[in-house]
Design a protein around this ligand. Structure first.
Ligand code: GRF
Length: 203
């Protein structure tokens, strides 16, 4: 499955995806890594693995639609059939989402629908949850709202803060994201309303 991976920061999820592909655990090919942030460390990871990469800086565009249109064109030109948001910190417009007919996945560092939005790791630590986690979901026109593919749960402790809990969650992000993308690559994800069925599970 040819995928475009969109980043804004460190790119540890990009790294996990690269490692899964190289270990033959993920039947995907990264056609391009695109960052909206020219300083994203994830770009160094793309270079280190000789992956095509591009910076499309949202600051260069007058509107969200203009940025999204250039982004969509770059993804299409790369030949990607699915878009993987990996620490990508932009809201994408409905026209972008429909352009990729629902083949857009995102990972959120909380058990959605709880703790949607930014700084979810800190939100969970400050709330004093005992269970925290992460979610891979299809992206729809609302933020952190699309059909859920897979979730993982980690313990949270009273002395946790956003960073300590975030690190514990991140380890599981790196496990569930490659798994979710592999199911997509295998054509096993069937969206039924709000639900996602993983066909032929366990085969
Ligand atoms: C991760 O916690 C991810 O859930 C969130 O952005 C954070 C950084 O991701 N969307 P990465 O290290 O840049 O992949």
């Amino acid at each position: 499955l040819p995928i475009a991976v969109l980043i804004s920061g460190s790119g540890t999820n990009l790294d996990a995806i690269i490692r899964a592909i190289e270990a033959k655990r993920l039947d995907a090919r990264i056609t391009v890594v695109i960052s909206n942030n020219p300083d994203a460390y994830g770009l160094e990871r793309a270079k280190a693995h000789c992956l095509p990469y591009q910076v499309i800086d949202h600051g260069d565009y007058a509107s969200r639609e203009a940025f999204d249109a250039v982004l969509a064109e770059a993804i299409r030109e790369s030949g990607a059939k699915a878009v993987i948001l990996a620490g990508f910190m932009r809201i994408l417009s409905p026209s972008f989402i429909s352009a990729f007919s629902g083949n857009v996945l995102n990972i959120h560092p909380a058990i959605l629908p709880s703790f949607a939005g930014a700084n979810a790791q800190r939100q969970q630590a400050d709330f004093g949850v005992r269970l925290a986690g992460c979610t891979v979901h299809f992206v729809d026109e609302k933020m952190d709202n699309g059909p859920i593919v897979i979730q993982a749960v980690v313990p949270a402790y009273p002395d946790d803060n956003g960073d300590t809990l975030g690190q514990r969650i991140l380890e599981y992000e790196h496990r569930i994201y490659p798994q979710a993308i592999q199911w997509l690559a295998q054509g096993r994800l069937k969206i039924q309303g709000r639900k996602v069925v993983v066909a032929n599970a366990g085969k």
